[in-house]
Design a protein around this ligand. Structure first.
Ligand code: UDP
Length: 337
């Protein structure tokens, strides 16, 4: 009954591994450490440093550890990068999953949970957006994830495999005890940038667009705490283990906050009044993105614990302060005596 987590050393993957370990599950991780950190894994979790596309590696791990379920995070996640280099995204996301699924079928894996994204919807007409909304991704990133969803559906039809596709909305925050968090260099996510500004690592934060037809003119997003999202994966696993059929679920709270409200929350919890600059719209941004959560609520036994913007901001800030302290300590260690 071991769970194989690909990309388990990354941001969402490591929070899910932690939640699995805390629930008593047996876990193994495959991660090529291209963006992940082995230090993000709890002690004792076997880590195979390699690619989820490496069928020999995956087949070996499945056989050696008795893997019955796979949670697949490994992949590339930067939308503008996908515009510059689409084929890298079709390789790292779509083709990798094809190989992984081939190994999973050969190894008779029964359950597969896939990290998808709200980016598959493109610019939805209906808000909050339900899972049945048309999928019209606006980036190769979104397309590479949608192609994987289609592939997964076909594979599950042909073989004895059930899946849960989780379409993530805006994932933010960090482990409430600040053991792990987002540490990828150069992250562009709003809350990460805001806590970098609050900790003095940036002179200011830009608000990309204040002329949208929203109450305060800035974009609106449905932020979900990464630890709640991790628990959604555990709930999806229980659902499949109890005989649940394949399903696609939005993962958000079903509530939107504007960019300006989000920055204000970081100012409030940090008590620091960093500079905020009103800037032109960022190309490709969707005005409002909020999940319709009816289906996830009806399907999974999942109750979010951190559905509160100030809590998400506070946890993101505490983690950022810890990262900063660690970095300063390392720098001091590096100074010759
Ligand atoms: N955003 C911003 N300033 C920043 C980073 C992001 O105003 O420094 C805005 C961005 O334009 C979007 C929202 O915050 O409207 C969320 O962006 P993010 O990159 O976090 O996630 P996305 O929704 O694009 O996946």
């Amino acid at each position: 009954m071991t769970v194989l987590v690909t990309g388990g050393a990354g941001y969402i993957g490591s929070h899910t591994v932690l939640a699995l370990v805390e629930s008593g599950a047996s876990v193994v991780v495959i991660d090529n450490l291209s963006t992940g950190f082995s230090t993000a894994l709890p002690e004792g979790v076997p880590l195979f440093i390699g690619d989820a596309a490496d069928e020999n590696l995956v087949e070996g791990v499945i056989a050696a550890h008795g893997v019955t379920s796979i949670i697949h995070f490994a992949g590339s996640v930067v939308v503008p990068d996908s515009m510059r280099d689409p084929l890298a995204y079709y390789r790292n996301n779509t083709m990798t999953t094809r190989n992984l699924l081939n190994a999973a079928i050969k190894g008779q894996v029964k359950n597969f949970i896939f990290s998808s994204t709200a980016a598959v919807y493109g610019n939805p007409e209906q808000m909050p957006v339900p899972e049945i909304a048309p999928t019209r991704p606006l980036s190769p990133y979104g397309s590479s994830k949608l192609m994987t969803e289609i592939m997964l559906h076909d594979v599950a039809t042909a073989h004895e495999l059930n899946y849960v596709v989780l379409r993530y909305f805006n994932v933010a925050g960090a482990d409430p005890q600040a053991r792990i968090g987002l540490q990828t260099a150069g992250a562009t996510h709003l809350l990460k940038i805001a806590v970098e500004a609050a900790t003095g690592q940036r002179a200011k934060i830009d608000v990309f667009g204040t002329d949208y037809p929203t109450p305060d003119g800035s974009c609106i997003r449905d932020f979900i705490h990464v630890s709640d999202l991790a628990q959604a994966h555990l709930a999806a696993l229980s659902y499949l283990n109890q005989g649940g059929t394949s399903v696609t679920l939005n993962c958000g709270y079903g509530r939107g906050y504007s960019v300006l409200e989000t920055i204000e929350a970081v100012r409030r919890v940090s008590g620091r009044n960093f500079a905020v600059q009103m800037s032109p719209r960022r190309s490709g941004d969707i005005m409002t993105m909020i999940a319709d959560t009816t289906r996830i609520g009806a399907t999974l036994d999942w109750t979010p614990r951190y559905d509160d913007l100030d809590t998400i901001a506070a946890h993101a800030l505490a983690w950022e302060e810890k990262l900063l302290q660690d970095r300063l300590a390392n720098r001091q260690d590096a100074v010759p005596a």
